[in-house]
Write a protein that binds this ligand. Structure first.
Ligand code: FMN
Length: 182
């Protein structure tokens, strides 16, 4: 076990969200890995809309709001991230983007990979995330997982096709390599 920690940042907060099942699938797979994966679920961080006078990139990880401070500490403790993102209106989910925008240096330079889901696998959300994380100098894994609502979810919820498990392994391999080189 290496000492690095990868945060599994779960970005949907809806009641009955599919994100919970995606999160649990990742947590199960992560048990086999040689590195710590730690869930940071946005439902556990009720953040205000980003309205601070000082832009987070200039805030030196210091915030007035106690919820933002707690979120800052959780993100700061991680060396890299797996973003678990649904696609809302062909883009990123608003609450997740608000959380991302609420911090600055806690993200900077840390590698990130993506697991998305939606009708088309949520790929448009990931395409929207990529320039956002690049702005904070976050190296990105090229490999990604795109879970399709029609084929990877069944009557009992998430039932990923076999190739998705292989793709998850490939993506985590790439992310861990980026974190190791970081
Ligand atoms: C506000 C909203 C917008 C959505 N827009 C899209 C979309 O543009 N493309 C898509 O594939 N699915 C879209 N969906 C469907 C979601 O992919 C689906 O509801 C998914 O389960 C959402 O993730 P969650 O349950 O974890 O919140 C949308 C859902 C919501 C709530």
């Amino acid at each position: 076990m290496t000492e690095s920690t990868i945060g599994v940042f779960v970005g949907s907060v809806r009641e009955g969200r599919a994100g919970e099942q995606v999160r649990d699938w990742i947590v199960e797979a992560a048990k086999e890995r040689d590195i710590e994966y730690r869930v940071i679920d946005l439902v556990d961080h009720v953040l205000p809309l980003m309205s601070a006078a000082i832009p987070p990139a200039a805030a030196n990880k210091t915030y007035d709001d106690e919820h933002v401070t707690r979120f800052s500490q959780a993100i700061d403790e991680c060396d890299g991230f797996l973003f678990v993102t649904p696609e809302y209106n062909h883009s990123v989910p608003g609450p997740m983007k608000n959380a991302f925008d609420s911090l600055g240096g806690e993200w900077v330079g840390k590698p990130v990979a993506f697991v998305s889901y939606g009708a088309e696998g949520g790929v448009r959300a990931v395409e929207a995330w990529r320039p956002a994380v690049a702005n904070l100098y976050m190296p990105q894994a090229r490999a990604q997982i795109a879970l399709r609502l029609a084929t990877d979810f069944g009557d009992n919820g998430l039932e990923p096709e076999a190739h998705q498990g292989e793709q998850l392994t490939k993506t985590l391999d790439e992310l861990e390599k980026l974190v190791g080189n970081h």
